[in-house]
Write a protein that binds this ligand. Structure first.
Ligand SMILES: *Cc1c(COP(=O)(O)O)cnc(C)c1O
Length: 494
């Protein structure tokens, strides 16, 4: 069956998967969604015998139906190789009865690598398939992890360049250093005076400007996106939920058909949406727990049916989840609105204009497989400390938010539960060591703390961290949130 992609905001023409990947965002500002979510066509009891790469092929071939088998397999081979520090790619680790799906074994030690390792391959293959002559300019807003993962993925990829905007005061010191030391002639990193939502809004505005697109085209450029609004990110993320089900079977924890739960630390709603798609494809997922930090706009939404971004933006120790406008929620809204683009557009316009919207009670009923939860800063730190002391397992702050929600809400169900572990603790070293013993570690430097974490955890320091210890800073552009387009024009010489 061939799958086409349509916008969540209008019934404009459908596009192929490769075209949707190239465009990133639909022209009407909507997000591309598949016109049907395909069912897995291999039996669940075959999953335990598949490698990660084979699982990826089984899932992605169902969505990217205009890619040939050779094309898709070449993309998968290029992406999931020894860039990952384990052959399993995404190991499933049991601690105190829960299953941590470690998604941080890629090049930049956050779960963004799971999709951004393959996106450059999907993008260049899509460009070739569609006869694109322009240079593709990847324009990305990051709350810290997407930026580095996208930079690493696209650095020196022929036919592409990349511009990353991040909130200057809204990322961890290690995250910032990872981005600012990025090599590659086609890479650009810009700090903005503003928060992540400002960066994301600015980027979306540039995507939506026909006038800018025209001027770019004249100079031989066109935009695409590496943000999770791109279906080329969403589809590879479905893979690891299917994989985790196979791993639970392989480890003898479940039989084919048994129910599982997932808990996902959530920001832009991309990761958990992938789990929802896996569920719709036939993976027996009972409940999806959406875990938020103190920016708990999603928790409130799942409780009340009202999405309200009019609140203070809080900088937390889990900065990759410091988001008040969760872009990918739009794809869920579209689905629970009965795939009604007009209804979706009305709600999204209300969010942009009034800062809030409320779904109907029928729509809310469709959300019964979702449960929201959240962790305060204190609870997050407490979780890290507790798991270090009782299970000898050191987790990062984002994973800790999810683990807290697991203990608070999911554990009592007795259903085997997969917790998406989205970053290495080395990426958020200071917050992690502060959680364990603030008084002791407060005065140490960032890299002293890295060595201390190594001593505490016994986990080898990842290459991603060793690399930036001495690497020179190569990017220093900073601009106001109102000057993002001007900065892009300057970089591209428009
Ligand atoms: C991006 C990110 C998240 C949030 O994922 P979304 O797909 O945006 O919901 C959580 N944890 C980490 C470490 C991340 O980098």
């Amino acid at each position: 069956m061939s799958i086409m992609y349509k916008s969540t905001r209008s019934n404009s023409d459908k596009v192929t998967a490769s075209q949707a990947i190239l465009k990133g965002l639909a022209e009407d500002g909507g997000l591309f969604v598949p016109d049907a979510v395909p069912m897995l066509d291999i039996p669940l009891d075959r999953l335990p015998s598949l490698t990660y790469q084979e699982t990826a092929y089984e899932v992605m071939k169902l969505f990217l139906t205009d890619f040939t088998e050779e094309e898709l397999k070449a993309c998968i081979r290029g992406a999931y190789d020894d860039k990952f520090d384990t052959e399993e790619i995404a190991p499933l680790v049991k601690k105190d009865g829960a299953f941590y799906l470690e998604l941080f074994h890629g090049r930049t030690i956050a779960f963004k690598d799971m999709a951004l390792s393959i996106l450059p391959y999907l993008m260049t293959t899509s460009a070739k398939k569609n006869g694109v002559k322009n240079e593709i300019v990847i324009l990305t807003a990051t709350s810290g992890d997407t930026g580095k993962a996208a930079l690493a993925g696209f650095a020196d990829v022929p036919g592409t360049s990349i511009i990353v905007f991040y909130p200057k005061d809204g990322v961890s010191p290690i995250q910032e250093k990872q981005m600012l030391t990025q090599k590659g002639d086609n890479t650009n990193v810009v700090g903005i005076i503003g928060n992540f939502d400002d960066a994301q809004t600015g980027v979306k505005k540039m995507f939506g400007s026909a006038e800018l697109a025209e001027r770019m085209d004249e100079k031989g450029y066109q935009f695409s996106s590496a943000n999770s609004i791109n279906i080329g990110r969403l589809v590879p993320q479905i893979v690891y939920y299917v994989w985790s089900y196979g791993q639970l079977m392989k480890q003898g924890e479940i039989k084919a058909g048994d129910k599982i739960n997932v808990v996902v630390p959530t920001g832009n709603f991309g990761n958990i949406l992938a789990a929802y798609y896996a569920r719709n494809m036939g993976v027996p997922i009972e409940t999806l727990y959406c875990a938020s930090n103190e920016n708990k706009v999603l928790f409130d939404f799942f409780e009340t049916g009202k999405y309200d971004r009019k609140r203070e933006f809080i900088l937390t120790s889990s900065p990759s989840m410091d988001i008040l406008i969760s872009s990918n929620l739009e794809r869920l809204i579209y689905r629970i609105a009965g795939e009604d683009a007009d209804k979706t557009k009305t709600l999204m316009d209300a969010l942009a204009d009034q800062g809030e919207y409320e779904i109907t009670s029928e729509m809310k009923e469709e959300l019964s497989c979702f449960v929201g939860g959240y962790a305060t800063e204190e609870q997050t730190a407490g979780m890290i400390r507790k798991m270090y002391q009782t299970a000898d397992y050191i987790m990062d702050t984002h994973t800790a938010v999810a683990a807290h929600v697991y203990y608070e809400k999911a554990r009592e169900s007795g259903v085997p539960t997969v917790i998406a572990s989205t970053a290495s603790p080395y990426k958020f070293t200071r917050s992690v060591t502060d959680s364990i013993d603030k008084e002791k570690y407060d005065k140490m430097g960032d890299f002293e703390l890295v060595d201390e974490l190594n001593r505490l955890s016994g986990v080898k320091i990842p290459a991603a961290i060793e690399e930036i210890r001495t690497a020179p800073v190569l990017h220093d552009t900073v601009c106001d949130k109102s000057e993002m387009q001007k900065t892009v024009e300057k970089i591209l010489g428009l």
